[in-house]
Design a protein around this ligand. Structure first.
Ligand code: BDR
Ligand code: CA
Length: 348
């Protein structure tokens, strides 16, 4: 079983990443930390707890609050895509104040904040004699991760790999050239790209292929029944499926009105967990990746050196290629895995 830590900013697609992190085979979720991003840090923290409760996660998985703002730049949220509280339009989630949701927050003494909780998880795993390491996953701005690698450099060897949803190869979504997670905190992303840990970037080019189509929605709502194009959506067969349907519906409307996506929304963040559980679904290549930190029009752009212009030895004595970039996904297998996780969650 691969041990994972998820740092996220829920967020509709982050919520689907949490569902997978809890229910995907071959993975043990050690904990979750939250960061500013799609909504305020307070909202993303609450939302993660609401999701853990709704997805029937084991009670020992706790949520740890992290950075409330980027390292240098002004804070930005994305109510146009995710609603004011980050999970706009999602029906069937309890409020953050609900007692059982509050239980998901770590109340032991003074709860460790994100970076200390990540450190503890790595220490407990790596130093337990098994030689196991932790895969750290990021589905939001990388502020927490940049702080973690800066404060705890001695624990970098305890990280198996760092998998993140972010950036694009020649495309952006929240500026002409930058993707939201990187745009929120470009300096943090560059700090992380510079650390000598294996890194896997899942860019927009690939996440935009993971579209929830009408057929997938049908399989979500009425598993085991056949789909005929154009038919009206069935009523969800369980509360969980209804919740996920409202989540996807809201996200679809955002993507339609903001980006003109007419066939459904992309489940960006869920791909990080799918990558850890089923890497064979993905095709990847190693490149030099840096973040534009000073461009007048391009701040936050991920500069992926596909022609190897900057392919020189770096300070760790390796060639300059610092990041594995995912280039394609077996979309059908991904949605099969997603629906299997829904069924597993339903069965708890
Ligand atoms: C990323 O930004 C947010 O809208 C999503 O949660 C995802 O992590 C996509 O650019
Ligand atoms: Ca996210």
């Amino acid at each position: 079983q691969r041990r994972i830590w998820l740092d996220c900013d829920p967020g509709h697609d982050d919520a689907t990443a949490i569902l997978l992190a809890v229910h995907v085979p071959g993975v043990k979720l050690l904990g979750i930390s939250t960061v500013h991003g799609n909504a305020s840090a307070e909202n993303t923290n609450n939302n993660a707890a609401r999701c853990l409760y709704a997805f029937a996660a084991p009670e020992d998985i706790k949520i740890h609050p992290g950075a409330t703002k980027p390292l240098i730049r002004p804070t930005r949220h994305d109510p146009e895509i995710h609603g004011i509280d980050g999970l706009g339009g999602v029906e069937g989630l309890p409020p953050g104040t609900y007692g059982d949701v509050q239980e998901r927050l770590d109340h032991t003494g003074r709860p460790p904040k994100a970076i200390d909780a990540i450190a503890r998880a790595i220490e407990d795993t790596w130093k337990d004699g098994s030689g196991d390491k932790v895969t750290v996953i990021s589905s939001g701005p990388m502020t927490n991760i940049a702080l973690f690698v800066s404060v705890y450099p001695e624990l970098l060897d305890g990280i198996e790999e760092f998998v993140f949803m972010g950036g694009g190869v020649g495309i952006g979504n929240r500026s002409s050239s930058a993707e939201f997670n990187i745009l929120c905190d470009p300096e943090a992303a560059q700090i992380v790209l510079d650390v000598p840990v294996k890194k896997i970037m899942i860019p927009l080019n690939v996440t935009h292929t993971a579209i929830v189509t009408q057929e997938t929605l049908h399989r979500l709502l009425s598993p085991g029944t056949s789909y005929s194009p154009g038919s009206a959506p069935a009523k969800a067969s369980t509360k969980l499926r209804h919740m996920l349907w409202t989540l996807i519906w809201y996200f679809a409307e955002s993507y339609k009105s903001t980006f003109g996506f007419m066939h459904g929304p992309p489940l960006h963040d869920a791909l990080t967990i799918a990558y850890v559980s089923s890497p064979e679904m993905f095709k990847c290549k190693r490149y030099r990746v840096d973040v534009e930190l000073s461009g007048t029009h391009t701040a936050g752009e991920t500069v992926v050196d596909i022609w190897s212009y900057r392919d020189c030895n770096d300070s760790w004595g390796r060639d300059g290629k610092n990041c594995i970039v995912v280039e394609s996904l077996d979309v059908a297998s991904f949605f099969q895995l997603f629906l299997e996780c829904v069924s597993r969650c339903d069965a708890v």
